[in-house]
Design a protein around this ligand. Structure first.
Ligand SMILES: Cc1cc2nc3c(=O)[nH]c(=O)nc-3n(C[C@H](O)[C@H](O)[C@H](O)COP(=O)(O)OP(=O)(O)OC[C@H]3O[C@@H](n4cnc5c(N)ncnc54)[C@H](O)[C@@H]3O)c2cc1C
Length: 437
């Protein structure tokens, strides 16, 4: 085992090791830039931060992958007290405050920050892991984009060969991710040039959104939920609410009422749980397999170990669990940095207090919902659409990403949509045209 970097025993400079350079880890690292008493090692299995709110646009071909992922070294270029390592951490020694990568390298710390994010939770539903396409990572989004183009191509070919084929797509999960995907795919199907495929009429593609609850966008106000539902229906999305998925196969989906709906592409947006690293720690895990944390974001019994973002169950002042949101992760990252700086100076830590700026979801062209501030002032339609674009432009970290995204959005808005995107990912699965029914 190689010891890559160690604690600063006896030194005034403390070593902070952060596992995960996502919203939480990166915010923590950036906030520690001005703290002279620490040096930081940021570890991530990818060399980029993925910007999940824009992944559905990558998946539907309206945004290039590089607009939704940012090189970690470039992000931290000006920060002199930080070192970035590309490494997949496979085990954590909480008592020793050390983590080990898959090549045996260890990183020992004075302060350990665990911010490894989430993975898709398939809830052990038969066939979901095998046949449905999850939407959590940049790779998921790129695979999904390729699969979408593949099923369009395969259906066009099947019809050309004489089949009378209707293409059925299903999105499982009616939260923001599911709603955004269903709306974006419906927009593609209605706005793409009619002659793009000679045989397949994209406007005839059947898109079904399946949700276990009797509404979409739970967590939003009733006005937003009602609007989202109407906006999806106006786009031709079939809603199967109050409906559980029991099984996904290569050609259909079995629903809770024992009916089967044909499906050539099932997209899983049905839930998340903590990244696999959480299960390696021999800790009792909380809701969603996440680490329960103290009000100051440390793990109980480990005062120098912090857990943040989607990897942790973080609570507001009243003790209510906070949702898995980028804003929660970023604010927790900054609070963690403040607490580490305080600890390093021998001062007490303070509790995390979340400032709720609101929530947003895009449904499609000119259609979004935005709820501003803790009072949740609800906006819908075009004004919410513009607000969504504005907020997401500001969240992008580089000028080139902002300019690039603006240009791509403007092109899509005024010039039509780009489903002619190239099929550049390795084929995620063989297309069986008999599945196109
Ligand atoms: C499709 C989608 C859309 C979303 N849209 C929104 C939205 O519109 N608004 C919003 O507020 N929130 C949104 N969210 C939620 C938001 O993205 C998350 O809450 C946020 O990313 C959590 O930040 P994090 O830092 O905890 O995790 P992440 O941002 O996921 O970062 C975790 C990091 O840890 C790294 N990592 C994981 N395991 C290891 C390991 N073993 N070794 C090394 N590195 C590791 C990963 O590579 C990753 O870089 C969305 C989520 C998804 C999936």
């Amino acid at each position: 085992m190689r010891n890559m970097t160690g604690k600063d025993n006896g030194s005034a400079v403390k070593h902070v090791v952060i596992v995960g350079g996502g919203f939480a880890g990166l915010a923590c690292a950036k906030a520690l830039a001005t703290v002279a008493s620490v040096r930081v090692t940021l570890l991530d299995k990818n060399n980029y931060q993925q910007f999940q709110p824009l992944l559905y646009q990558v998946a539907t071909g309206s945004l290039a992958p590089q607009r939704a992922a940012f090189n970690l070294r470039a992000e931290l270029l000006k920060q002199e007290n930080i070192d970035v390592h590309l490494t997949d951490i496979i085990s954590i020694d909480l008592a020793g405050r050390a983590v080990t990568g898959k090549n045996g390298e260890t990183y020992a710390a004075d302060f350990l920050v665990l911010a490894a994010g989430s993975q898709a939770n398939f809830f052990s539903i038969s066939g979901v892991e095998e046949f449905a396409f999850p939407m959590y990572s940049l790779l998921d989004a790129e695979r999904l984009r390729s699969r979408l183009i593949e099923v369009f191509e395969a259906t066009d070919e099947a019809i050309a060969l004489g089949a009378s084929a209707t293409l059925h797509l299903a999105v499982i999960g009616g939260g923001s991710t599911g709603v955004e995907l269903a709306g974006a795919i419906a927009d593609i199907c209605h706005r793409a040039p009619a002659k793009l495929y000679k045989n397949l009429r994209l406007a005839d593609v059947v898109i079904t959104l399946i949700n276990g609850k009797d509404e979409v966008l739970s967590g939003f106000t009733q006005r937003s939920k009602t609007y989202a539902r109407q906006a999806l229906e106006e786009r031709g999305v079939k809603l199967r609410l109050n409906t559980r998925v029991k099984e996904v196969t290569s050609r259909d989906i079995l629903l809770g009422d024992q009916t089967r709906i044909p499906c050539s592409l099932a997209i899983w947006a049905g839930g998340l749980k903590a990244a696999p690293l959480a299960e390696t720690m021999n800790l009792q895990l909380g809701q969603g397999g996440r680490l329960d944390v103290q009000p100051d974001l440390t793990l109980g019994g480990y005062p120098c170990v912090y857990a943040l973002g989607d990897f942790a169950n973080t609570r507001d002042k009243g003790g209510k669990l906070l949702p898995q949101l980028a804003a929660v992760a970023q604010q927790a990252g900054r609070q963690c940095a403040r607490n580490i700086a305080a600890c390093a100076d021998g001062s007490p830590t303070s509790a995390f207090a979340y400032f709720d700026k609101g929530v947003m979801a895009m449904i499609g062209r000119n259609a979004a919902v935005a709820e501003i501030g803790p009072q949740r002032i609800a906006l819908t339609q075009f004004i919410a659409f513009i607000a969504w674009l504005g907020v997401h432009i500001l969240l992008l970290s580089t000028l080139s990403a902002r300019v690039g995204a603006c240009l791509e959005w403007a092109w899509n808005y005024f010039g039509g949509v780009s489903v002619e995107g190239i099929l550049d990912s390795p084929s995620p699965s063989q297309i069986d045209v008999t599945r196109i029914e």
